[in-house]
Write a protein that binds this ligand. Sequence first.
Ligand SMILES: NC(=O)c1ccc[n+]([C@@H]2O[C@H](COP(=O)([O-])OP(=O)(O)OC[C@H]3O[C@@H](n4cnc5c(N)ncnc54)[C@H](O)[C@@H]3O)[C@@H](O)[C@H]2O)c1
Length: 435
Amino acid sequence: MSNANVKPATGKLGVMVVGLGAVSSTFITGVLMARKGLAKPVGSMTQYDKIRVGQGEDKKYLQYKDIVPLADLNDIVFAAWDVYPANAFESAINAEVLKEKDILPVKDELEKIVPLKAAFDHNYAARLDGDNVKTVKDRWDMTEQIREDIRNFKKEAGVDRVVVLWAASTEIYVPVDEKIHYRLADLEAAMKADDKEHIAPSMCYAYAALAEGAPFIMGAPNTTVDIPAMWELAEKTGMPIAGKDFKTGQTLVKSGFAPIIGTRCLGLSGWFSTNILGNRDGLVLDEPANFRTKEVSKLSTLESILVPEEQPDLYTDYYHKVRINYYPPRNDNKEGWDNIDIFGWMGYPMQIKINFLCRDSILAAPLCLDLVLLSDLAARAGRHGTQRFLSFFLKSPMHDYTKGEVPVNHLFQQYVMLKNAIREMGGYPADETID
Ligand SMILES: NC(=O)c1ccc[n+]([C@@H]2O[C@H](COP(=O)([O-])OP(=O)(O)OC[C@H]3O[C@@H](n4cnc5c(N)ncnc54)[C@H](O)[C@@H]3O)[C@@H](O)[C@H]2O)c1
């Protein structure tokens, strides 16, 4: 094994989370509890998965940390921004995801995570009314202030590296506009001209992170880093970017289940997905403009797994619908129903029903940890731009649509990409093909 091309994970890793809501407070609490030995980071690939390296007689199954230099949980220092002033302890209590017994042992540490003022624009999430918000002159000033937050945190917390993770609310849908979002110079000009319509606050966070030498991860379906101008910036600053939208409940099931239909050459005539959830995320998504962002992200999954052009008899014109319904009594415990209309021999119809009673933030927290640790690894390995190997964790993986690139949504193909990247960064050949 040779890690010659990956810098070691020396010193502390600063994790700056945008949004200190249900997902981030569950993530942070879990990491703090795990490093005290009081909880297990179940669901985290970086903490549990074992990958084969070498072949034949030389093959071994190793954990990621034994293949590549990963930051240790003990070396993570957290910071956050939020529109509301609640600290991480209050936020974890308010979210009602975790029981008090799983929060209280790390109360002191959580209380110290007090959110920095948010870079926020009410028009991007009309259902939020918190006032822990920066006063800014324009979008460029907004970006400058976030950059200053990152620099101050680095200095004050004594961290060597920073990763910025967006786990804040879903913004309204910002369609990609070639005139603004394709070239970095145009994006910067729009920020300076305070073009509020085309520059979402999330873009200011992403720009600030990349400019300060921090990888940026988009955990919501926002198009923030899914634009050529940000790819240009990531290239220029040599930083990795990843996105978009954590692949947690229904889409995880979809990207794992659709291959069953495709692999057995069964036909699909329709897939109807509906959800109820009652947390603040659900409240924000109850707003049609915000839901539109999520819908676009969720719908993209099936089309690249069950491809009509490849199997016209089986996949032409299937009906795919995704709905999210805000239903407060369930809070973070989302319930998802999938009705899948398939057909078999001679076209005879059949149905599959999947009812997933999940916990949103419990599924998202390990993805936060993995995306943070692997983005930090990618930066140390000198990998910049879109990190396709992280598609495994994401609902709507970024891809270069300007060149007609098709994203990989198939869960098991994504897993091969993940394994190959870890092997390569560990000095082993990438020895699996994704077909
Ligand atoms: N939990 C899941 O399974 C899952 C899956 C995929 C994506 N997501 C996305 O993750 C995000 C977080 O989900 P959640 O359940 O924690 O939501 P949440 O509403 O509990 O927390 C989001 C927090 O972000 C804050 N916020 C909003 N805009 C901000 C800004 N500009 N700057 C700083 N803070 C801001 C809000 O005040 C809120 O506290 C959502 O966008 C959600 O769609 C969640």
